[in-house]
Design a protein around this ligand. Structure first.
Ligand SMILES: Nc1ncnc2c1ncn2[C@@H]1O[C@H](COP(=O)(O)OP(=O)(O)OP(=O)(O)O)[C@@H](O)[C@H]1O
Ligand SMILES: [Mg+2]
Length: 258
């Protein structure tokens, strides 16, 4: 493949994405009678990055799943570019809001290119040639143009996660959600994926990132949301939250993780 016309690498500053605004108002989610996320409200400006931090079991993953309706909210609303998510066909919503998980779930028997292209022709109904072409661009976007023909087993964990990110990007989402996207990676691979994510944010993607990487949150977030027991306990700019935590719960959490 010729990469001369590839978009700038993720570290570039050229705006490439047109992230939409995301607004959560009074969002609540439950498993049966167990309220797991309670009355969560916050706004994510277009092209900004919000990091969600908090102890295990505080409802962070459930919150993300509620945003793109993998788990139907019990009450409250999610607005994407001002439009109510509850009124959208879920499949359409999930094209607009991409989600990248800890475990990337690539198809082992498909190349990186086909892993990215598959959803484009299956979900978006794109012709195969066009899907492959866009998949190639998405792989270039995450710095993997040279690895397009490799199967997942011939890629490192970090590269596999980048394929998963390319797969989400190829859908041209307006918002990207990341759930512990680097937790399953070997330590030496974490930084590359975090840098890639930071690059997407710098280039205009709207992102909500659940992470245990406090360094990333401090460096890349425009806003940090601290959750505990299903609630937003504190929210603000990273400097304020990390340097001057107000609530005893956040103070305790930071003393444990920093
Ligand atoms: N399928 C389920 N059925 C019932 N309860 C669940 C289910 N999934 C999660 N929970 C519970 O919901 C709560 C929130 O879980 P969630 O996975 O959202 O937390 P989290 O903040 O993402 O935690 P972690 O940091 O460990 O990933 C926990 O008490 C969890 O046990
Ligand atoms: Mg989780």
């Amino acid at each position: 493949m010729n990469h001369a016309d590839s978009p700038p690498p993720p570290s570039g500053r050229t705006p490439a994405f047109h992230g939409s605004s995301l607004e959560l108002t009074g969002l609540s989610l439950a498993y049966g009678s167990f309220d797991v996320v309670r009355d969560v409200s916050f706004e994510v400006r277009p092209g900004s990055t919000t990091c969600v931090i908090g102890p295990s079991g505080s409802g962070k993953s459930t919150l993300l799943r509620g945003i793109n309706r993998l788990h139907e909210p019990k009450s409250g609303e999610v607005l994407v570019a001002g439009e109510a998510a509850s009124t959208m066909v879920p499949e359409k919503l999930r094209q607009r809001i991409g989600l990248v998980f800890q475990h990337f779930n690539l198809f082992p028997d498909h190349t990186a290119l086909d892993n990215v292209a598959l959803a484009l022709w299956k979900v978006k109904g794109m012709p195969r040639a066009a899907a492959r072409e866009r998949a190639g661009r998405a792989l270039a976007e995450v710095g993997l143009a040279e690895r397009a023909g490799h199967r997942p087993r011939d890629l490192s964990g970090g590269q596999q996660q980048r394929v998963a990110i390319a797969r989400a990007l190829a859908m041209e989402p307006e918002v990207m959600l990341f759930d512990e996207a680097t937790s399953a990676l070997d330590p030496e691979l974490v930084k590359g994926v975090l840098n890639l994510m930071a690059g997407l944010g710098e280039r205009g993607m709207t992102m909500v990132v659940v992470t245990h990487e406090m360094g990333f949150a401090r460096r890349a977030a425009d806003q940090v949301v601290f959750m505990d027991e299903g609630e937003v306990v504190e929210r603000g700019a990273p400097e304020a939250l990390f340097e001057r935590p107000q609530s005893p719960r956040l103070q305790r959490f930071l003393s444990e993780v920093l």
